[in-house]
Design a protein around this ligand. Structure first.
Ligand SMILES: [Zn+2]
Length: 206
């Protein structure tokens, strides 16, 4: 690579850090950019530069948005007393892409995983507990859908949250777990729409 100008080498190296991009793809991308109109590369650069400051975490559900509240929480068409608990924003997107879910979300930020040193306190579980508690003051009925992935970590997380929510002793709190439509060990993120829809529809009380 020594024969290439430094600015090209630097950008190739930067692209190589992206997931799924090897040295060959990185080089191909840089040469592609060199052949596109300058307006495109300028816009792209600006979008990349601004993405971290523009994107915010929703104060209620920890989804991504551009304001204090995300699009889902802002909408008055969504049932605020139906909370679907997911591990990550990509799982939320998988459910949203199917369409038809009328509730809101709570994004945990991952799952309990002792091997990776991720404990309950590293996730937005306490925030969920207090959110449900507060909601119970104004809502007659609440449903919390535990939609963490059907992996070992996801199941442990669902079980932990179930116990914590039950400890609150809230009447008319319905706890459900997404159905067995999803293959064991798979993530919502990678499932096709029909499978995600089946998993949501097949949720059962736990
Ligand atoms: Zn939100």
């Amino acid at each position: 690579m020594a024969e290439l100008p430094k600015s090209i080498r630097d950008l190739v190296e930067a692209f190589e850090r992206l997931p799924g991009i090897g040295p060959k793809s990185a080089t191909r991308l840089v040469f592609y950019l060199l052949n596109t109109p300058v307006a495109y590369t300028k816009d792209l650069g600006q979008m990349v530069a601004e993405i971290k400051s523009k994107v915010k975490t929703c104060k209620v559900c920890y989804n991504m948005g551009e304001d204090d509240l995300c699009g889902v929480c802002k909408s008055d068409k969504r049932k605020k007393n139906m909370i679907c608990v997911v591990e990550r924003v990509v799982d939320l997107l998988a459910i949203e892409n199917v369409g038809g879910f009328v509730g809101v979300y709570h994004v945990l930020g991952g799952s309990i995983n002792p091997l990776d040193h991720v404990g309950p306190d590293d996730l937005k579980i306490l925030e969920l507990i207090s959110r449900v508690k507060k909601l119970s003051e104004t809502e007659d009925e609440i449903e919390v859908i535990l939609a963490s992935n059907p992996t070992m970590e996801g199941e442990a997380t669902a079980l932990y949250i179930k116990k914590k929510l039950e400890d609150l002793g809230i009447e008319n709190l319905k706890l459900t777990r997404i159905g067995s439509g999803l293959p064991i060990g798979s993530d919502l993120e990678y499932a096709d729409s029909a499978t995600v829809a089946r998993a949501m529809e097949g949720r059962r009380e736990v």
